[in-house]
Design a protein around this ligand. Structure first.
Ligand SMILES: [Mg+2]
Length: 363
């Protein structure tokens, strides 16, 4: 199976409601699609969301990295030469983890098709079904409580509530949500770097004292402030998860060695694909650190790849793969099946994606 062509396209999928965090607000998924074509007719699919605020990768950067660096490196090579392809992909350009992730998943898709095995089975095959949380965007307390009610009415029993914007409001936000949904619904919060370390300790302490029963808090402080992250971890009893602080396997190891966080959020777009995400999962197993598998605002091609990883490894105990259910439509054919929070992985060879509708090709 030889790589003969790499095509790029764009998709645009409107969101049900605008997605708002402490660092950005967007109203649609605007992603780059990668198709890797081969001489057997098999096609591997990949996707990358431009998430400049988190990864630094814009759409233009993703397209440029694939066109100018990755495609010339991979064209004409055999998919069966997999480990060497992975090393060549990671080594052909610095950073650009979103572009690498899109191409990485397309290559795994082809490798699975070549040997007639679903990728999650290739990686361990721990389970075939997972349950995702759903994001509640940061807004006024009343609006967040309304969104939380809508999510619970759709069947979600685990809400990831965005906070960290206008810090004095954060306690009231969580109080309003807890009062609306009652006990029995899991609440996890994500401050997206929005607090200072001492402020985080104070707010989280208030949330504990108020009996809000927070499952864990994601990224309370600035990405590079690992000392501050550790300070929060050491001074609150709510478990702390590192997200933006973990841009790849090296960051994950540093945080685990420092015990700067209790949990790690793995995202393919930060890690540069499944190949590096697996390294984080393996390190986490060694350090006894449970992981969440998360996503950016992504449609189902890349979320589907993350689902394969989540279904493969037991160390991934928390799932935040709500990209597709935040959208008004699903232009992706094949792949995992979503029934709101319940996700069943595809047993087709590779990643199981059959095509992408409404794609605008760039060539
Ligand atoms: Mg996060």
């Amino acid at each position: 199976m030889k790589i003969t062509n790499i095509r790029l396209g764009r998709i645009s999928v409107p969101l049900r409601v605008p997605f708002k965090t402490a660092v950005r607000s967007v109203s649609s998924v605007e992603d780059v699609i990668v198709e890797i074509h081969t001489d057997t007719g098999a096609v591997g699919y990949g996707e990358a969301p431009p998430t400049g605020a988190v990864t630094g990768d814009t759409a233009g950067a993703i397209i440029g990295a694939v066109r100018d660096h990755i495609a010339p490196t991979l064209l004409g090579r055999e998919v069966d030469d997999f480990e060497n392809l992975m090393l060549a992909l990671q080594g052909c350009i610095l950073k650009n983890t979103s572009a690498k992730a899109a191409v990485d998943m397309a290559l795994w898709d082809l490798y699975g098709q070549l040997y007639h095995i679903p990728v999650y089975k290739m990686l361990g095959g721990s389970r075939s079904q997972i349950v995702t949380d759903i994001t509640i965007s940061v807004n006024d307390p009343e609006e967040m409580a309304r969104d939380a009610r809508n999510a619970v009415d759709r069947g979600y029993d685990c809400l990831k509530c965005k906070v960290g914007k206008d810090a004095p409001l954060d306690l009231r936000r969580l109080q309003a949500i807890r009062a609306e949904v009652g006990q029995g619904i899991k609440l996890r919060i994500d401050a997206n770097q929005g607090w200072k370390p001492k402020e985080a300790v104070r707010i989280l302490g208030q949330m504990e004292d108020a009996g809000l029963d927070i499952e864990f808090v994601e990224q309370p402080v600035a990405q590079h402030d690992l000392t501050g992250l550790k300070y929060v971890t050491d001074n609150v009893s709510i478990p702390v998860m590192a997200d933006e602080s973990v841009q790849g396997p090296a960051d994950a190891l540093t945080i685990m060695q420092m015990r700067a966080a209790d949990l790690v959020n793995i995202k393919l777009m930060k890690a540069g694909g499944l190949y590096n995400a697996l390294k984080i999962a393996s390190a986490a197993e060694v350090y006894g650190v449970e992981c969440m598998l998360g996503c950016m605002l992504e449609a189902k091609v890349s979320v589907n790849a993350a689902i394969h990883l989540a279904c493969a490894r037991q160390v991934i105990t928390k799932i935040d793969l709500d990209g597709p259910v935040l959208c008004t439509e699903d232009p992706i054919l094949g792949g995992a099946v979503f029934h709101e929070k319940d996700i069943t992985v595809s047993d087709e060879p590779g990643l199981g994606i059959k095509g992408v509708e409404k794609i605008t090709y760039l060539d």
